[in-house]
Every structure is written in C-alpha cells, then in structure tokens.
Design a protein around this ligand. Structure first.
Ligand code: IPD
Ligand code: CA
Ligand code: CA
Length: 261
C-alpha cells in the first residue's frame, strides 16, 4: 500500500515531535542518577532511560496508529511473527555503552515498514540535536537539509566501520576488510555508524545486529542508493539477527568479495 504525500508528511512530522520530546527527556535524565543494569553480559547494558524512552515511544505509536505492531528492544513491544501491516521498530537508546560511558555516539531510532516495504526511518543524534529522517517517497534529510547520495568510493578509498568484538576475533573476514580499507574504526553503536555511511564519512559498516538496530538505517541507506544486505549479499531478515553490511555500491562489492575469499 502506498501512502499519499500528505499521509507521509503527517507521520513524519508527528514522529519528529515525539523525538523532540524524547531528546529533552533524555538530556534531563542524563543529568540525574542513571539506573544501570547488565542484560546478558557486562558489555550489554540497559538503563532506566532505555526503558522510559521505549515505553514513551511505544505508547505514542499505539495511540497514533491503532493498527501498529511494534518490534522493540526492551520488552514493551509485540511478539511479531510476520511483516504484514504497519510494523514499527524502536531502539530507545542505541549504543547504551556509549550513552553511559561517553555521553556521545548514541542515538534513538524509529522505523516504519508497511507490508515489508520500508516507508520512513528516523535516527536522532541526541547530543548534536540532528534527526536524520526520510524514506523512498520523500528523500533523506538531516533536520531540514536534504542529503544527496554519497560518492561511490571503493573500500580502499575510505573508512570502514566494524564491530569491535568480531574484528578482535577475526570473524566474518573483518580482519581482511579492515586491512583492505584506507582506514577502519569501531564506533560501538549501530545508529551513529549508519549515519557516517549515510552522510559519506565512511564507505561501509558491518556488524551483527537485531532488527531495531538496522531498520531505520536501512530505510535511509536504500533511499540514498547505498547497498545493504547481509554479509553473504542476501536481503536482511526483518525479524531476526543478521550480519548486516551497508556500504557504497563499490565498497559493498569489495567487502562481499573479501568475505567470500
Ligand atoms: C548495540 C550497538 C552495537 C551493536 C550491537 C547493538 P544497543 O545496540 O548498536 O554497536 O554492535 O549489536 O545491540 O544494545 O546499545 O542498543
Ligand atoms: Ca538499545
Ligand atoms: Ca541498538
């Protein structure tokens, strides 16, 4: 189902207002005591802000869209089994480790897919007060500034962003990919890494991610003509974890070849 421009703009403006509120709440919470707990291991953290943001956003989504299904990280979403209808993705704080330890390089992310088609994505850079937003029907914007497709640079001409843990253990060919690139970085958060690729500061990014980690980034990357797939070149499964690769078309080809070699 294709939405009208009016409907797209209404959804976009509504979500931008929610994100403005979320940003203010997050900045206030950062000045106060954070309640931090460990999820699976000491590197997998959750805070009161992750939970509060998710409850706030999921409540907004449900009151705005009575047909919404929500896939979100901290347990306030639905147990979604398919991609039919209006499926919203929420990552209430992406990069919780960065949020807790650096107060930088973290994001809040939302995406809307309808019948498995990407419709709109939003990545809020809380600290710098920039929302990257858009979709195939409207283009991609950083606040009000329209973004163009990044240069189609090869891997050897740019910086590649990789998951630190997998790079450390030489998984998925990440060691070969890092060596072949002009430079490599570990940012430690999916949203801020996607933003670097979307705005042309990095030629590619790969990590193991859950759907809420890549749903918004995928909408924006596809809209800008970037390549996104799993590390074997297959389309991403929106309801399970994937080894995601987003890159310029040339770097994407370079990385797939290195991974397969
Ligand atoms: C994590 C970060 C990290 C990525 C993990 C994600 P979270 O998100 O984006 O960079 O490697 O896969 O889970 O848990 O901080 O929202
Ligand atoms: Ca998160
Ligand atoms: Ca995340």
């Amino acid at each position: 189902m294709t939405l009208s421009q009016f409907e797209i703009q209404d959804i976009n403006q509504t979500v931008l207002l929610w994100l403005d509120e979320v940003r203010k709440r997050t900045l206030i919470a950062m000045q106060q005591h954070l309640d931090i707990s460990i999820k699976h291991d000491a590197r997998d953290l959750v805070t009161n802000v992750d939970r509060d943001n998710e409850q706030f956003l999921n409540a907004k989504i449900r009151s705005y869209d009575s047909e919404a299904s929500i896939v979100s990280e901290e347990g306030f979403g639905d147990h979604q089994k398919n991609m039919q209808g209006n499926v919203w993705f929420v990552d209430p704080i992406d990069g919780t480790m960065n949020f807790v330890k650096e107060q930088a390089d973290f994001a809040v992310m939302i995406a809307l897919y309808i019948d498995n088609e990407p419709v709109l994505g939003w990545i809020l850079d809380v600290v710098n007060n920039v929302v990257y937003h858009g979709g195939p029907q409207v283009g991609v914007f950083a606040n009000q500034l329209r973004l163009e497709q990044p240069n189609n640079d090869a891997l050897s001409d740019g910086i590649v962003l990789l998951s630190g843990a997998r790079l450390l253990y030489g998984m998925f060919g990440y060691d070969k990919i890092a060596k072949a690139a002009l430079g490599y970085r570990v940012i430690g958060a999916a949203g801020p890494s996607f933003l670097r690729v979307i705005s042309g500061r990095a030629v590619g990014y790969s990590s193991k991610m859950m759907p809420w980690d890549f749903a918004a980034g995928q909408v924006l990357a596809k809209t800008l003509g970037l390549s996104i797939s799993d590390i074997d070149g297959r389309p991403l499964d929106m309801l399970s974890s994937n080894i995601v690769l987003v890159a310029t078309n040339r770097a994407h080809r370079d990385i797939l070849m290195l991974h397969q070699s």
